[in-house]
Design a binder for this molecule. Sequence first.
Ligand SMILES: [Zn+2]
Length: 257
Amino acid sequence: MKITQKRKVNRYMSFFRNNFGFRVPYQVLIDGTLCLAALEGQVRVSEQLIKYFQCELKLLTTQCVILEMEKLGSSVNGALSICKQFAVHKCGHEKKPVSASKCLESMITNNNPNRYIIATQDPSLREVARTIPGTPILYLHIRSPTLEKPSQLSSELAGFNIQTSIQSQGCTMERLRQIKKQELGTDIKEKPFKRRKPKGPNPLSCKKKKKKANFREPLENVGPSSSQPQRTKRRRRAKIAEHIRQELAARLNVSKV
Ligand SMILES: [Zn+2]
C-alpha cells in the first residue's frame, strides 16, 4: 500500500474515531456485490481489508445478504462462498427477510449507532449511506479496497458538534463565574491580553562586532624611543640570615665605641 493511501485511511478513520466514536476492531458490513467484485478481481477480502486498515476488524454479513445471493442461483456460487466466510450478524429480519440493500440500510439508520463500515459496490446503497452521518463507505476500486472521503453530512455534523461543545464550555465558564460571585463576592477576572514586545534585536541575526587588529610592532621600533612604556626590571634583594645580621650589628656597635 502506498504511503499516501495509508495516510488517507488513517486520516479518515481518525475523523470517525474522534467525531463518531468508532473503535478498533471496526465492524465491516459486507454485501454480495463486494463479494462478486472480489471474486472477479481475485481479491482475498479478509486479508486485503486487514492490510488496508492495519488493525483488527470484524467482517460481518447478514442473513438477508446470504438469502438474496442464494436466490440468484449458481451464477453467484463463488461470491456466495466468499460471503459465507464472514460472521452472520443479526439484522432483525430473521422472520421476514428483506433485500440486501434494504437490510444494510436498516442497520445504519439513526446515524449509524452501532458504528458499521458499509462495504459495497452498489452505487445506490453508497448514495444512501452518504446521507447518514458517521457512516464510512468502502468499495473495491479495480482490485484495491478504497475508503470514501467522509460525506459532506458527516463533516457538517462533526463541525456542528465541535461548535456546540465549545459553546457549552463557554456556558459552564459563565456559570462558574456567577457561582463564585455569589459565594465569595468576587469575580473571576480574565487576564488582560498582553502583546509581547520585542526586547531588542535578535542576537542571532546581528553581525558580530569586529575585534581591533592587534598587530605586533616591528622589532626596530621596540626600544627607548618607542611609545610603549618600557618594562622595568625588578631588583631582587639578597636575603641575609638572621644570625649574620646580628653579628654585623654587634661589630658595628664595637667600632663606634
Ligand atoms: Zn436483514
